[in-house]
Write a protein that binds this ligand. Structure first.
Ligand code: MG
Length: 350
């Protein structure tokens, strides 16, 4: 039975490390050389009166003070407000998302539905926690003694999986979601390699047990997967209700990597253009999901933002920097060991 074995081996080769359920074959059992796990100081639990402390290695996304980590979906400043230590949805202002992009992660958030409650069913304390930018929603809803369709209740994976149980607290009370998110993977041709998976713990109770998402979540109908980067911003939904958030943090899983951001669309747009270099032209074009396409000597390279001005490629050591501070719009590109001597060029006027 050679063929099935090879097929299985092939699958293992393309599966991300986090999805493999096998010990790392690079280490012996009880290997004395194997490094110990990194030490992390655990966080503390929250009470209704006070949010707890995040674990020491968490990236804090909201600590009650400011919205510096958050923007509107297009990257412009958010209109959500900070009130009494909470980030509050302003109805009609649109979703809020993180500026930073995250892949597989452990995510913690606390939320409170408006009190006194207003409206019924999907109109009562509706917001949402989205992974994959705006693609995959864990429902946030006031489901305390309030009926709606099961796969749209609080802690449902919207339209796909109802929660295993309803552990909603009354409106106005702080509730926790702890989520383990595994991003879907796509190959270089955009073909789905593995589906997204999600575990959700609501107020300390397991409500989604490593469910496999069918694709993006949505109202009426289930859309198929469409390729997107592994790392994307995390968002909260504006569904017309002033839901509040506090104590938001994330721990990205897997090996340490460069940080990655989805920059404002206006900034990315300003970088797009042609940059002549001798008889050649280096081209910068925009791609979806905050990425840039760098065309260098006829070769396309996908660039990810590490800061508002610095970009890097995942597949080869190509990096670039934009310097638009002065009168000229400069681009510097480095490839591998040439980092001390960047190729520099100026953008043609658009
Ligand atoms: Mg919602």
């Amino acid at each position: 039975m050679k063929t099935p074995c090879l097929f299985v081996l092939g699958l293992i080769a393309v599966m991300p490390a986090a999805l493999r359920a096998a010990p790392d074959p690079n280490w012996l059992g009880h290997d004395r050389e194997r490094p110990m796990a990194t030490v992390v100081t655990p966080g503390t639990f929250s009470s209704q009166e006070q949010p707890g402390q995040p674990p020491s290695d968490a990236t804090v996304l909201f600590d009650g003070k400011d919205v510096s980590q958050w923007v509107a979906l297009d990257g412009s400043p958010t209109k959500w407000v900070v009130h009494d230590g909470a980030l509050e949805c302003v109805p009609g202002s649109g979703y809020v998302r993180t500026l930073q992009a995250f892949g597989d992660c452990q995510f913690h958030v606390e939320w409170a539905a408006p009190n006194p409650p207003h409206g019924e069913s999907q109109g009562r304390g509706n917001s949402g926690l989205f992974f994959g930018f705006d693609r995959y929603e864990v429902q946030i809803l006031d489901s305390y003694q309030s009926k709606t369709y099961a796969d749209g209740a609080a802690a449902s994976v919207y339209g796909q999986y109802p929660p295993l149980v309803n552990v909603c607290l009354p409106p106005g009370k702080w509730q926790t979601y702890d989520v383990i998110w595994t991003a879907p993977r796509f190959d270089a041709d955009g073909k789905l390699v593995s589906k997204a998976r999600e575990t959700v713990i609501h107020n300390g109770v397991l409500v989604q047990n490593n469910v496999e998402l069918t694709g993006p979540t949505g109202w009426v109908g289930r859309a198929p997967y469409k390729a997107h980067p592994e790392r994307t911003p995390i968002a909260f939904q504006d569904h017309g209700n002033p839901v509040r958030y506090r104590n938001v943090w994330v721990r990205e899983l897997g090996n340490p990597r460069h940080k990655e951001f989805m920059l404002p669309e206006a900034l990315l747009e300003s970088y797009a253009g042609d940059y002549p270099r001798g008889s050649d032209v280096v081209k910068i074009r925009r791609l979806p999901d905050g990425l840039l396409l760098l065309n260098l000597a006829g070769v396309d390279v996908i660039m990810h933002a590490e800061s508002p001005t610095h970009f890097y490629a995942l597949t080869t050591d190509v990096q670039c920097d934009f310097d638009f501070k002065g009168a000229t719009k400069k681009l510097a590109v480095t490839v591998g060991e040439d980092s001390a001597h960047p190729m520099t060029m100026e953008r043609l006027a658009p």
